[in-house]
Design a protein around this ligand. Structure first.
Ligand code: GTP
Ligand code: MG
Length: 365
C-alpha cells in the first residue's frame, strides 16, 4: 500500500481518545460575487495576508521540528478500497490461446500490443508447459500485471507541502465531480481534512452536484454564488481557505465544456496561476471515461497538451469490456493511471492496482 503524509492531529497522537460525539457539520463557504478577473479578486492586501499565512505555516513546521522531536506530519495509509468485481473479464468462455490476439484488439489494447501479448503468452505457455484454462489465465494475468505496473502510480501526497492541491480536469461527463466526491470521502475516512472547490462555474447544477458530494464527504466547499463566476477566483479562494483552516488537501473541480483548445489552455493557465500564488499544485488529474474507447485517447492527448497532467483517473471501468484502453493510454501518453472508478457509488473507487486489474480481466465468469 502507498504511504502518504498528512498533518499530525490530536487523533493521530492518541488513538485511544474517545470519539467526539457530535462531529462538526460541513461548513459551506459561500463566496461574495466573483465574476471579475482573478487579479481583481485577489487584492494586494489579501495576497500579502495569504503569503504571511503560508510562510507562518511552513515555519511552524520547521520551528516545531526544531523544538521537539514530535513530527508535524504523519505517515498514513488510506483505507483499503478494492476494484472488486468492477472489472469486466475479457473472456465469456474458457480462454482460447489462438483467439487471444483478436480478443485483446476488441478490448482496445491496440493492434501492436495485442500481437505482442499473444506472442509472449504462447512462448511462455510453451516454455512452462501451461495448457489448462486456469494455467493460461494465470500466465496472462502475470503478463498483463507486469506490463501495467509503474513506479509512479501513487498520488503525490508525500512531500509535506500542505495543503496539497489537486486539480481535476477532463471533458464533460467523464466523471470529474463524482471522482472528487469519492476521493474526498476516502481521504476523510483516513482523517484528512479536505476542502473542495467548485471551479466549474458554468452551470449552477455543477456546483450543486459538487455540494452534494461535499456533504457526503463531510467536507467544506468553496463555491461561487452565481453562474459564470471566474473559476480562477474560486480556485484561489479554495486554496486560501485550505491554508487558513489548516486543511491537508484542496481538491478543485473544473469545467470540461470549453469550446476549443485555446480557451481550455487560457482557463486552466489562469486557474493554475491563481493557485500558484499561494502554493504549488501537487497533482493535475485527468479524468477519462473508459467507455469512450478510442475517443478517450484523443481527449487525453488534447488535455495533456494543455494541462500539465500528472496522472490519469480512469472511470466507468465497470461499464466497458474495453478495459484495454487503460493499458493503451498509460503506454501511449507515458502517464500513470493513478485512480480508477468502477461504479457510481461512493466506495466504487480505488488506487489503480495492476495486479487487481489484470485479475479482473482474466477472471472466470
Ligand atoms: N458506472 C459508472 N458511472 C460513473 C463512474 N464515475 C462517474 N460516473 C457517472 O458518470 C456521470 C457523469 O459524472 P460526473 O461526475 O458528473 O462527470 P463530470 O466530469 O463532472 O461532468 P461535467 O460536470 O458535466 O463536466 C454520472 O452519472 C456519474 O454517476 C464510474 O466509475 N462508473
Ligand atoms: Mg462535474
Amino acid at each position: 500500500m502507498f504511504k502518504f503524509l498528512k498533518r499530525l492531529r490530536g487523533k493521530d497522537v492518541d488513538a485511544s481518545a474517545p470519539e467526539q460525539e457530535n462531529q462538526p457539520a460541513a461548513i459551506i463557504e459561500v463566496l461574495p460575487e466573483l465574476d471579475v478577473p482573478a487579479k481583481d479578486v485577489a487584492p494586494v492586501e489579501q495576497e500579502a495576508e495569504t503569503k504571511t499565512q503560508t510562510t507562518a505555516l511552513k515555519s511552524d513546521i520547521v520551528a516545531n521540528n526544531a523544538e521537539s522531536k514530535e513530527p508535524d506530519l504523519v505517515s498514513v495509509e488510506l483505507p483499503k478500497r478494492s476494484l472488486g468485481t468492477g472489472i469486466r473479464s475479457l473472456f465469456s468462455d474458457s480462454m482460447d490461446i489462438d483467439e487471444l490476439e483478436d480478443i485483446l484488439i476488441l478490448a482496445d489494447f491496440g493492434v501492436e500490443t495485442a500481437e505482442e501479448i499473444a506472442t509472449e503468452l504462447k512462448r511462455e505457455a510453451n516454455r512452462q508447459g501451461a495448457t489448462t484454462d486456469p494455467e493460461l489465465r494465470l500466465l496472462l494475468k502475470d503478463l498483463l500485471a507486469k506490463r501495467l505496473s509503474r513506479t509512479d502510480s501513487a498520488l503525490n501526497l508525500d512531500d509535506g507541502t500542505l495543503p496539497y492541491v489537486i486539480l481535476v480536469v477532463g471533458v464533460n461527463g467523464a466523471g470529474k465531480t463524482t471522482t472528487i466526491g469519492k476521493l474526498a470521502r476516502w481521504l476523510k475516512d483516513g482523517d484528512w481534512e479536505v476542502v473542495l472547490g467548485a471551479a466549474d462555474t458554468y452551470r449552477a447544477a455543477a456546483v450543486d452536484q459538487l455540494e452534494t458530494w461535499a456533504k457526503r464527504a463531510d467536507s467544506p466547499i468553496v463555491k461561487p454564488v452565481k453562474e459564470g463566476a471566474d473559476p480562477a477566483s474560486v480556485a484561489y479562494q479554495t486554496v486560501e481557505m485550505a491554508i487558513r483552516t489548516q486543511a491537508d488537501i484542496a481538491i478543485i473541480d473544473t469545467a470540461g465544456r470549453l469550446q476549443n483548445k485555446k480557451d481550455l489552455m487560457d482557463e486552466l493557465g489562469k486557474l493554475r496561476r491563481a493557485v500558484e500564488k499561494q502554493t504549488k499544485i501537487s497533482e493535475v488529474l485527468l479524468v477519462i471515461d473508459a467507455t469512450n474507447g478510442q475517443n478517450a485517447m484523443s481527449q487525453a492527448r488534447a488535455f495533456t497538451e494543455v494541462a500539465e497532467v500528472t496522472g490519469i483517473v480512469m472511470t466507468k471501468l465497470d461499464g466497458t469490456a474495453k478495459g484495454g484502453i487503460l493499458y493503451a493510454l498509460q503506454k501511449e501518453l507515458n502517464l500513470p493511471i493513478k485512480l480508477v472508478g468502477v461504479g457510481e457509488q461512493i466506495n466504487d473507487f480505488a488506487f489503480f492496482s495492476p495486479e487487481e486489474f489484470a485479475k479482473g480481466l482474466v477472471a472466470k465468469k
